[in-house]
Design a protein around this ligand. Structure first.
Ligand code: OXD
Ligand code: MN
Length: 582
């Protein structure tokens, strides 16, 4: 097979000449193709079958033990002008980047099959969607891309119609961390990734295309590509508000996207609909509101911590047709991870008999890949070509101290400052130290494909006369007390905070003006059935003025570190914050 698009055929020919595969397979996305691939991976041990009675058509993949997370220090944005990539990215010139990558790709597919994967990010007939083609030598990548994107014949037809696509070239190479790079060439809509099979490095439709390249495209075309879940909250009157929320990796986005409201809410008729759990593309509609799609078709979620209590919807979706990566297994061969339940696993993520002395049974960044449609809370609106209108944008980080449960921005520009100054403690989703506080603006630190200063400017530019923009909020589910315990129950109880936000959007809920923004009084939130200590009330609903003065100064320094490029409007917002704190 080839395509009717000469530009695509030429590129595939060039890649084949460089990588010298034994065979080329164009993926059509069919069930037969998938079954043949799975059989091949089962035969060579890439996929291990899990208990077919409890988990039909579920598979376990064990990655190389040194290839378990994104590698930010090996991820580059290659632009002609270094300033376009900004201090927030590792930079290389496109010429050097290509030279370095092409040397690695030279002959790397000898003896292997090269797969050509046409895919569409977003509903296949949506004007907001964008297409790409990933070339890879990994059948595991093909199987995951089939769950995560609209992949195959329909995507190819759209690519042929449109004539343009993002080019992604991937090889697992030798899985040698010293020969591993993920490079982006936004000016050429091109990605080259070598030496890793891990999702965020290898499923190029996800972080590489839908965030790094798409954020660049979005700036040129007047939209936003964000690291946000999209959730619909239906009230007892049947009215649904859609909320987009940005959190750093492994901070509970999937849980919030699939939240089950507390009993009293459910009995009253509240429902939660999942549109997306990781990425959101938003564009102003003719009515001035922001309309959003989830460009993905599946979930690549963090397994540890997922349980009947924290996320029953995710668990229900994982009973069949799922790929598990780096989880442990029980003695009857069911997938298992820390936080799932009280059983003791038999085999750890590296295939060894489980021994607590070796550390956790599942890798802390163990993942599941599953089609979004399998989730009980899946929203049919996820397939709507127009997307869904966004009423509120939420920014949130993992902050043990200082930051209250929720506050609202006074206006859009203030909201952009709140997003730009977001901080969070690092997690296992990327290699490196865990638990270190760093600024992670809009949860896009690892994913913004261009200079953050320009990105903030792009955000500010949406505030036009005709715009009917969402309200912006900041939340912190992770505030700890002096004894080190979490002060807020989180999970389903986060519904209480979402209800307040929707009340604010409708002009119904009470808020108190403070120097950092508008906070609910504890009375403005429905806390029926939540037992908060005095310390919790004070810390979750209070503003520590001295602590915030130091925070405001640190935000000022952070903004200044971008030099001249930082928009004055953000400096002005920071000054306003500092002055309000006195
Ligand atoms: C992810 C991540 O996989 O953010 O979604 O790392
Ligand atoms: Mn993510």
């Amino acid at each position: 097979m080839t395509s009717r698009l000469p530009a695509l055929n030429d590129w595939v020919d060039q890649v084949a000449a460089l990588t010298r595969p034994a065979a080329i397979h164009w993926c059509d996305g069919s069930d037969e193709e998938n079954q043949a691939l799975v059989a091949r991976m089962q035969a060579d041990g890439t996929l291990l079958p899990l208990n077919a009675d409890t988990h039909p058509n579920c598979w376990l993949h064990r990655s190389h033990p040194e290839d378990v997370a994104r590698v930010e220090h090996l991820t580059f944005v290659c632009t002609e002008d270094r300033d376009d990539a900004g201090p927030n990215n590792h930079w290389m010139s496109p010429a050097d980047g290509h030279a370095q990558m092409d040397e690695l790709f030279e002959g790397c597919m000898e003896g292997r099959t090269m797969y050509v994967i046409p895919y569409c990010m977003g509903p296949i007939d949506s004007p907001l969607s964008r297409c790409g083609v990933e070339i890879t030598d990994s059948p595991y990548v093909v199987a995951n891309m089939r769950l995560m994107t609209r992949m195959g014949a329909l995507a190819l037809a759209r690519i042929e119609r449109e004539g343009s696509f993002v080019k992604g070239l991937h090889s697992t190479g030798e899985l040698d961390p010293k020969r591993r790079f993920i490079m982006h060439f936004p000016e050429e809509l091109t990605i080259k990734s070598y030496g890793s099979g891990y999702g965020g490095n290898a499923l190029l439709g996800k972080k590489c295309h839908a965030l790094r390249i798409a954020s660049w495209q979005a700036r040129e075309e007047g939209w936003l590509a964000e690291h946000m879940l999209i959730v619909g909250i239906e009230n007892p009157q049947g009215q649904t508000h859609y909320i987009a929320a940005a959190f750093p990796s492994a901070c509970g986005k999937t849980n919030l996207a699939m939240l089950i409201p507390p009993d009293a809410y459910r009995e009253a008729g509240w429902k939660v609909w999942t549109v997306g759990d990781d990425i959101c593309w938003m564009r102003p509609g003719p009515d001035g509101r922001l309309w959003a799609i989830n460009p993905e078709a599946g979930f690549f979620g963090v397994a540890p911590g997922t349980s009947e209590q924290s996320n029953p919807n995710a668990l229900a979706s994982l009973q069949s047709n799922a790929i598990f990566t780096n989880v442990a297994v029980t003695d009857d061969n069911q997938p298992w991870w820390e936080g799932l339940d009280k059983r003791t696993p038999a085999i750890d993520w590296q295939g060894r008999a489980f021994d607590p002395a070796n550390g956790p049974a599942a890798h802390p960044n163990a993942r599941f890949t599953v089609s979004a449609r399998q989730t009980p809370s899946w929203s049919e609106k996820a397939e709507d070509p127009q997307g869904v209108p966004i009423s509120a944008i939420v920014f949130g980080g993992r902050r043990a101290s200082l930051v209250p449960l929720v506050f609202e921005a006074r206006d859009w520009a203030h909201g952009v400052l709140i997003g730009a100054s977001m901080g969070s403690e690092t997690t296992a989703a990327a290699t490196g130290a865990v638990g270190v506080m760093r600024r992670d603006p809009m949860a896009m630190k690892p994913f913004c494909g261009y200079n953050f200063a320009d990105y903030f400017g792009h955000w500010l530019s949406f505030d036009g006369d005709e715009a009917k923009l969402p309200k912006i909020f900041h939340v912190n589910w992770f505030r700890k007390g002096d004894g080190g315990d979490f002060l807020w129950p989180g999970f389903g109880d986060n519904m209480r905070v979402l209800e307040w936000m929707i009340g604010r959007v409708k002009g119904e809920a009470e808020g108190v003006d403070t120097p950092i923004g508008i906070l609910p009084t504890p009375e403005a939130l429905n806390l029926d059935g939540v037992d908060l200590t005095g310390e919790a009330r004070e810390k979750l609903f209070g503003v520590d003025t001295d602590g915030w003065k130091a925070e405001a100064a640190s935000i000022g320094e952070y903004l200044s570190s971008y030099g001249e490029a930082m928009p004055d409007a953000l400096h002005a917002q920071q000054r306003r914050l500092a002055e309000a704190l006195g």
